[in-house]
Design a protein around this ligand. Sequence first.
Ligand code: ZN
Length: 359
Amino acid sequence: MDGFESNEGVIIIAATNRPDVLDPALLRPGRFDRQVVVSLPDIKGREEILRVHSKKVKLSEGADLSKIARGTPGFSGAELANLINEAALLAARRNLKGIGTSELEEARDKVRWGRERRSLALSDKEKLNTAYHEAGHAILIEILENTDPLHKVTIIPRGPSLGSTMWLPEQDKFNHRKNELLDDLVVAMGGRVAEEIQFGDVTNGAMGDIRQATNIARSMVCAWGMSEKLGMIEYGEPEGAVFLARDIARGRNYSEATAQQIDEEVKRLIDGAYAKAREIILANKEKLDVIALALIEFETLDGSHIKEIMEHGRLLNPPQSPNPPTPPPVAKVQSDRPPVKTDEEPEDGLPGGVIGVPA
Ligand code: ZN
């Protein structure tokens, strides 16, 4: 890089996801001496990005991009581009002249939570199990104070899940409070707890929930200093390490005794969340039944429906179409992302989340 003085006017730009492992010599003054951090777009950025990508397609007059921007916190530019693409495919399948807000919202759900798999045939027993599992998550999201608003609960298989409970932050979120994380742990336990209370037996459907809860609890203890017992210390390698030799060489930086304490703390957090989930769901068992049976009948319920059941003990304004529309024809273009979204850790994936029963 030295010797560029004679070539004034030449600017060299490079990009990396791992600035932490660059040779410091590269970053000295006169070399790559300025760092511009490009983070995920905020609400205004998302609206602009949606506008750019929608230039290539036809939007209907009522299509509200600012509403979609509000409902897509944590989306990357690529995901927003994908959203527009999916919405265009949907509009084409429906023979519409332009993309409307409902196509955009449906595409958002698909990009965020995976494609619906209506063709997957589930037995009545599996459906009932899934309905109770998702009702367990939903009830906890409604009752706990530090959770994001409930978006939708469904027993239509989507992505790798047999059912999903989806929630979305109301606005962009840049950090997580401890109380929110504790409540997220309780919500994650809800599916398994509901199955256990209703059927006296459990399925392997809580696998994704268990992984998610373990990741949250472990990060709370090892990375975020949220365990009083272990204090404000970073245990182990920082998040997202292990793909370069430097990280691997670092290894474990605590003793065997501490390792045991970490395991105990993680287990204490999860056990506490489990007990709390059980207590809340037992106290609301009748509502759990109403939600689960409504899911069997209508397949998908919005957050507002769950609120109604929680307040009045029944659905006052049931969804319009209990029967799902005919499945779309086999699409010519399928740009589905690999079905990994549901298991992503909330702390480094998108905020909010989906809790589902893996197929
Ligand atoms: Zn679940």
